[in-house]
Design a protein around this ligand. Structure first.
Ligand SMILES: [Fe+2]
Length: 283
């Protein structure tokens, strides 16, 4: 059973919340310290730096609007959607892999049946699924909240991070892409050439391979229903490609934005994300 789809009462009763969190925990990272869990709660954590701390690479006004308006609005919409269907979610990560097959919590199913609005899964007799419009809102708002939460974590003022990957993740990148510069060039090209809004990713796949990919709109590599299996996995790095993240400063010059963004990548967090991804997949 997917713990993300339990009602509030069931979630509390079964203790699956704790079990679910453990899935996203890891034992150690490159520094030998226990890495923090990479769960995504239903709130925004404040950024650990000032709005203008990423200048001149990312201007403070755009960053603040991005965080306080765009991200916050999608989080509110997600909270509203989950409240409507009475889904208790402690970690948004748990929703991503199976959006199309999230069962309806019992109480909501009952009320929707009474209203004659229940959504039925065509051709199957299993649990009744969430209505498609709810699935779609979870896809967009849940994806946006998760992606942005991750995006902020991978940013840092330029003087607070090494200027490139280190340790095990550096070796893994070199093994896969040749050199760090070749990796950065390939990532940049993928991001520049992505059409329309979306995200660029360095993904650690369940088979241990590192791949560069892009996703449309607010999709992410955890969404098994919407991304190809070759791109499924956990983020080791990601970049927002929506106009709202760069247009005010760089107009339509996405390449200039990406070239600037490399200066504020939190490479220490890249190491941590890589260590956690390895641990999640038992490598
Ligand atoms: Fe964004």
């Amino acid at each position: 059973m997917n713990a993300a789809v339990l009602s509030r009462r069931e979630l509390l009763a079964t203790g699956l919340q704790a079990m679910l969190s453990a899935v996203f925990a890891a034992d150690s990272d490159d520094d030998g310290k226990p890495p923090a869990r990479l769960g995504v709660p239903l709130y925004q954590k404040s950024l650990p730096f000032d709005w203008n701390a990423l200048e001149p690479y990312m201007d403070g006004k755009t960053l603040r609007t991005h965080f306080e308006d765009y991200h916050a609005r999608h989080l509110r919409d997600l909270q509203k959607t989950l409240d409507e269907v009475e889904l208790a979610v402690s970690d948004v990560v748990s929703l991503m892999p199976s959006i199309r097959s999230l069962p309806q919590p019992p109480k909501t199913r009952q009320s929707l049946l009474q209203l004659g609005m229940a959504a039925r899964a065509p051709g199957r007799s299993g649990p009744q699924l969430l209505p498609e419009d709810v699935q779609n809102r979870i896809r967009v708002c849940g994806g946006a909240h998760l992606n942005h939460t991750a995006f902020w974590r991978f940013l840092t003022p330029p003087d607070k991070s090494p200027m490139g990957p280190m340790g095990k993740v550096a070796k893994a990148i070199e093994d896969e892409f040749g050199t760090i510069q070749e990796f950065k060039d390939a990532f940049t090209e993928a991001a520049v050439n992505h059409e329309g809004p979306g995200w660029a990713w360095l993904v650690y796949r369940p088979d241990g391979k590192l791949v560069i990919t892009t996703t449309r709109n607010e999709d992410n590599p955890l969404m098994k229903d919407f991304v190809a299996w070759q791109d499924h996995g956990r983020a080791v790095l990601l970049l927002d490609l929506w106009d709202h993240s760069y247009q005010a400063q760089y107009q339509d010059n996405r390449r200039k934005y990406i070239d600037a963004w490399w200066n504020v990548v939190n490479w220490s967090f890249v190491s941590k994300a890589h260590a956690i991804a390895k641990n999640v997949y038992g490598h």
